[in-house]
Design a protein around this ligand. Structure first.
Ligand code: GLN
Length: 241
């Protein structure tokens, strides 16, 4: 009997502005297709963040909610402990920025992030809004080969330090800020600007997170509906480029 994968959804009421709850639903669904049992804990602000989750999911949020989430995570310290214990993390937009060293708050003042990814975020000249298409890099997880799609909606420009690799390379859209790299990865910690929700549109990323959690490689089960959705978005982006 294989273990139950423990998924912690971090502060969905603060970091769940962009349909991010769909990422947890996707993990649950794709895990079931692979015969993997999961437990999901949704952590509200004020509740204890578990340090023993296998996968942490952090979504996007507005500036004020982002600062509140960062403050609560600083106080808890559990996410850093979880990462030290080998947990996988999917962090999107505000969640991604929080994992870095610094990001800007609603007033444009630098705020301390958790320092779990070697990135810093300042401001884009113009907010990045629209479809984002990116290709995984050969330096990234071997389990992710599909073209990645999502949409982005952020004012942050994220600069990568030497302690991370880009998660993907941008084909269309802005990504981290200059239209070249998208997201960042270090070990099992992924930061990305792919909203959408990311895992619904990119099931290989969900399979990678689950495979880290169960300690074995998973075959890709790309459902017809996901493939159809992917095609539709790629056609849309190509036509409107
Ligand atoms: N507030 C952050 C920004 O605008 C994050 C936005 C988001 O999570 N979509 O950069």
């Amino acid at each position: 009997m294989s273990k139950t994968v423990k998924i912690a959804s971090i502060y969905p009421t603060l970091l769940g502005t962009y349909g991010d709850g769909g990422n947890v639903a996707a993990l649950r669904h794709i895990a079931a297709l692979h015969g993997i049992t999961v437990s999901v804990e949704e952590i509200s602000p004020g509740q204890k963040v578990p340090a023993n989750a296998d996968i942490y999911v952090l979504g996007g949020g507005e500036d004020t909610a982002q600062s509140a989430a960062a403050a609560a995570l600083h106080e808890s310290g559990a996410l850093a402990e979880g990462v030290k214990n080998g947990a996988a993390v999917l962090s999107i937009c505000a969640g991604y920025q929080i994992l870095g060293h610094t990001f800007l708050d609603a007033e444009g003042k630098p705020s301390a992030g958790l320092g779990l990814l070697d990135v810093t975020t300042d401001r884009l000249e113009k907010r990045a809004v629209g479809e984002l298409v990116a290709h995984p890099l050969s330096s990234g997880p071997a389990g992710i080969s599909a073209v990645l799609t999502g949409y982005e909606n952020h004012g942050g420009f994220t600069h990568l330090g030497s302690g991370v690799e880009p998660f993907a390379s941008v084909t269309s859209g802005i990504g981290n800020g200059d239209g070249t790299t998208e997201g960042a990865i270090n070990g099992r910690v992924i930061g990305t600007y792919l909203h959408g929700p990311c895992l619904v549109r990119n099931p290989q990323v969900a399979e990678q997170l689950l495979s880290w959690a169960v300690g074995r490689k998973l075959e890709h089960i790309v459902e017809a509906e996901v493939e159809a959705l992917r095609r539709e978005r790629l056609d849309f982006v190509t036509k409107n480029r």
